[in-house]
Design a protein around this ligand. Structure first.
Ligand SMILES: Cc1cc2nc3c(=O)[nH]c(=O)nc-3n(C[C@H](O)[C@H](O)[C@H](O)COP(=O)(O)OP(=O)(O)OC[C@H]3O[C@@H](n4cnc5c(N)ncnc54)[C@H](O)[C@@H]3O)c2cc1C
Length: 478
């Protein structure tokens, strides 16, 4: 069969599964799926050379439809790529090998809320912000608040192993998930055990978390809920040296204190981005803290105990209202008119390390990035530490070049040089490749270095689950 007849046959098969308006093939109709939010995907699409080139986008509304579509992809031998909100910043959702994009946003029902266990079965295409709004109306919360909440879906958050601003207390997405419903790469519908704390073999649920669609398409999840907090307390501290604040953060987390928000900005990030967000001069490294919970006395006591730790490490108290202002405006700076736009080049090196390595990772990464950018490009580099664990923290270095080279290839070369320098320096200093944005196309070349011989174990799982290699081929460095 020639290519045109094969494409026609594929569309005809897909149209038997979903209604024809949910099978999109026109060049104009396919535009919303030509790039995610990775800088290069945006720049390439703007230059008329999109890296995402789906032949067809299909929009199922049930898990059974997803399973049928995956079977069709296997029969036709075409790649299939899941798409949630398309807000990923590593290029993961781009259909760089063409084929089918399966857009899951119409699979978006809240199926069941268990008020007794405080759990919820929600479909993968549900957008985080809409989910949270529905829950809040019932005095409940999902507590997963990514800055991309307006776009990111539950499935995409699971795919990218995402995180939100409350993660230091409530955890990353992998901590919110109890169980998954997913479609395997050959089209079987699977339900994992209902709860994650069991000894019925390994935790299959977690194989899908962070898999970026490579091992299956998530169609629904059972997630933890919390009641909306009845009380919040805020605090802000500045530190003369970066190390003092890191030490305060380490003691807070290792002593069992749990701020819902613990964001520590280096002096550059504090004086540029945070200062703008809260409209206050912040020349030094600055820590923003928020505590929440059901019991006001407990919340206030936890806040006061944490503030004492900040004092102990030289923290200077700043007006607490700044933290409240940050909280109220926490999403504003990720959207127009504040979000960066072409011809800028922007991106993050966001890695994670334990407390033993955290300071070295910070200094080595920022030094390496600064060293490779010629002064004429006026690099800005702001770093913050905003997802903390009992053993370490995320280190998030955000770079921006106000005006990059006009030529797309030259601009990409500059982006890649900066990014390579940062990632390689971070890994050498003891960091793990990524904290919450995932791997995508951007980090795929580093997966072998990250996993070593473990990479072959991941590839073996992929081969076993996906013998026809249809689900996101080439992604995750497979
Ligand atoms: C302004 C901005 C702010 C951001 N802030 C944050 C933040 O605070 N925290 C954070 O974690 N991230 C953040 N991100 C990154 C991004 O929003 C997250 O990676 C998010 O989890 C992606 O969700 P999505 O639905 O848009 O997924 P997509 O970008 O559509 O897809 C991401 C990956 O998941 C796969 N996928 C999608 N749906 C499914 C499914 N149902 N089953 C299996 N695989 C699937 C895709 O194939 C792809 O590999 C931000 C991005 C932007 C642009």
């Amino acid at each position: 069969m020639d290519a045109v007849s094969a494409a026609t046959a594929l569309v005809s098969e897909l149209s038997k599964v979903v209604t024809s308006e949910r099978v999109i093939t026109s060049p104009e109709g396919l535009k919303p799926w030509q790039n995610d939010q990775w800088w290069y995907a945006i720049a390439a699409a703007a230059a008329g050379r999109p890296i995402s080139k789906p032949d067809v986008v299909v929009r199922p509304t049930t898990p059974e439809e997803v399973a049928e579509i995956v079977k069709i992809a296997n029969k036709a031998g075409v790649p299939i790529t899941p798409w949630g909100g398309g807000s990923g910043v590593q290029g993961a959702a781009n259909a760089d090998r063409g084929g089918i994009v399966i857009d899951l946003k119409l699979l978006n029902r809240v199926r069941h809320i268990d008020q007794k266990s405080l759990t919820c079965t929600v479909e993968a295409g549900k957008v985080c912000k809409e989910f949270e709004a529905e829950l809040n109306a019932q005095d409940l919360s999902f507590t997963h608040y990514p800055a991309s909440t307006e776009w990111a879906t539950i499935g995409g958050s699971i795919g990218a192993r995402g995180s939100g601003v409350l993660s230091s207390k409530y955890g990353k997405i992998e901590d919110h998930i109890l169980s998954l419903e997913f479609v395997t790469p050959t089209g079987d519908l699977v339900h994992t055990p209902a709860v994650p704390r069991h000894a019925a073999g390994p935790e299959l649920t977690q194989l899908l978390v962070g898999a970026e669609g490579v091992f299956g398409i998530v169609t629904a999840a059972i997630v933890k809920l919390r009641r909306l907090p009845k009380h919040r307390a805020f605090g802000v501290y500045s530190f003369k040296t970066l190390g003092e604040g890191l030490e305060a953060g380490r003691e807070i987390m290792t002593s069992g204190l749990r701020p819902a928000v613990l964001r520590y900005y280096d002096a550059e990030a504090a004086s540029h981005s945070l200062a703008r967000a809260v409209d206050y001069k912040l020349p030094d490294a600055t820590m923003v803290l928020m505590f929440d919970g059901e019991y006001p006395d407990l919340v206030d006591m936890e806040a006061q105990t944490t503030f004492a730790v900040c004092h102990k490490y030289g923290g200077q108290v700043l007006p607490a209202r700044l933290a409240k202002t940050w909280w109220d405006n926490r999403y504003v700076f990720y959207y127009p008119p504040y979000a960066p736009e072409l011809p800028s080049i922007w991106g993050t090196v966001d890695v994670v390390a334990d407390f033993e390595h955290i300071e070295a990772v910070y200094y080595e990464t920022t030094k390496a990035i600064r060293a490779v950018v010629p002064a004429r490009f006026e690099l800005s580099l702001n770093t913050h530490f905003s997802h903390w664990y009992e053993w370490g923290s995320m280190i998030y270095s955000r770079m921006k070049i106000p005006v990059g080279p006009e030529d797309l290839d030259e601009a990409k070369e500059l982006h890649d040089v900066i990014f390579r320098a940062g990632v390689e320096a971070a890994m050498k200093a003891g960091a793990v490749l990524n904290d919450h944005h995932g791997v995508g196309i951007r980090l795929a070349p580093y997966m072998q270095a990250q996993y070593g011989t473990g990479m072959e174990a991941l590839r073996s799982i992929k081969r076993a689950l996906d013998p026809n290699n249809v689900l996101c081929p080439g992604k995750l460095g497979m």
